[in-house]
Design a protein. Sequence first.
Length: 170
Amino acid sequence: MSKSFWGFMLVYPNSRVKIMWDLVIIVFSIYNSVLIPYEFAYSPDTNILMELIGSVIDLAFLVDIFVNFRTAYYHTKTGKIVTSGKKIAMKYILNGRFGVDLIATIPLEFLTLIFSTSESNLRFFGMLKMVRLLRLGRMISFLKGKQKLKFSIKVGQLLFFVFLMVHWIN
């Protein structure tokens, strides 16, 4: 690959494309936060459409890892934008986000297909996708916009988690 190709593939943190991508990932995370516990608790019969949606979401989270490896960032001390691929990758890997994203992206539920004799014991691997929810707070903080919008999203997120915890406790 040429250097101009990688320059072309660079994503700027405040670009419209990055903000829209982050919104898609937020919607997928919220969808997962409802669907994964439901599937874990009730083991509903799956249909082709649900499996297709799940596969699309898994693919989107995999693509998000690549997007994060190509997203420039602002240096904390100088305020200048860093576009070096090596520096971007090191920051993404070293700040711990890559590990969380990777664990959340690996389709561990396919272990149940390999080890079909103990499906009930391996079903909990699908719950590891709940790690995707950790991205919500991080993404909301990066969204540009009015403070009221950010505050509303954070309050909504807090209420959602409170209702989810109350549901799990009962």
